[in-house]
Design a protein around this ligand. Structure first.
Ligand code: ZN
Length: 180
C-alpha cells in the first residue's frame, strides 16, 4: 500500500473519460488499497482513479455512518459505477481534492441510485437520499466521466477561494469542509 500523488486541475487526465475495468485481480486490489490510503491521508470523502492518473472506472468513498454520533465510517469501493436513477435537485457546497483551496456552490440530485461492481466483479446497488453519500456518488462518478464540480456551479460567482490559514489544522475541518 502506498500514498499516490493526486493530480490537480488543469491536468488533462482529469478531463478524460475512464475505461471500464475488465480484470478483477490482485493488481486491482492493490490499486484500491492505494486509493483508500490516498483518500484517507488527504482527508477526502472520496477519490476517483483518474485523480491519481489511472484511467479506469474505479472510485472509493468513505462517509460517516448516519444516525450515529461515533467516529465510525462506511467505506464504499465502486468498480464500473453507473448512476441508474437521479431524482430532485438541491444546492450544496462542494470542494475537490484536485482543485485545492477552492469551494463552490453546485446543483446536485436529492436521490441517487447507483449500480456498480465490487473488487471481485459482483454487482451491487446503492441508494442514497439527501446525504453526503448521494453528493459523493455524483461527484466521483462525474470524475470517471471527466466532469468536475465546477461544471455544475449554480452561477459564475459561486466559486470562491478559501483561506488556507483557516484550514491548516485538518482536525478542525468540519464534515461540511471535506473535499470529495
Ligand atoms: Zn473531486
Amino acid at each position: 500500500m502506498s500514498i499516490r500523488p493526486i493530480l490537480y486541475l488543469p491536468d488533462p487526465i482529469l478531463r478524460k473519460k475512464t475505461k471500464k475495468v475488465t480484470r478483477f485481480n490482485d493488481q486491482l486490489e492493490s490499486l484500491i488499497a492505494d486509493m483508500i490510503d490516498t483518500m484517507r491521508m488527504s482527508n477526502g470523502v472520496g477519490l476517483a482513479a483518474n485523480q491519481i492518473g489511472v484511467e479506469q472506472k474505479i472510485c472509493v468513498i468513505e462517509v460517516p455512518y448516519e444516525m450515529e454520533e461515533s467516529t465510525s465510517t462506511e467505506l464504499y469501493i465502486l468498480i464500473n459505477p453507473q448512476i441508474v436513477v437521479k431524482k430532485g435537485q438541491r444546492e450544496l457546497e462542494e470542494g475537490c481534492l484536485s482543485i485545492p483551496n477552492y469551494r463552490g456552490k453546485v446543483t446536485r440530485s436529492i436521490e441517487v441510485r447507483v449500480r456498480a461492481q465490487d473488487s471481485l466483479g459482483n454487482e451491487f446497488k446503492i441508494k442514497a437520499v439527501d446525504n453526503l453519500l448521494a453528493q459523493a456518488l455524483e461527484h466521483e462518478i462525474d470524475h470517471l466521466n471527466g466532469i468536475l464540480y465546477i461544471d455544475h456551479l449554480v452561477s459564475h460567482e459561486s466559486l470562491w477561494k478559501i483561506d488556507e490559514s483557516n484550514h491548516a489544522d485538518s482536525e478542525h475541518l468540519s464534515l461540511f469542509d471535506h473535499q470529495i
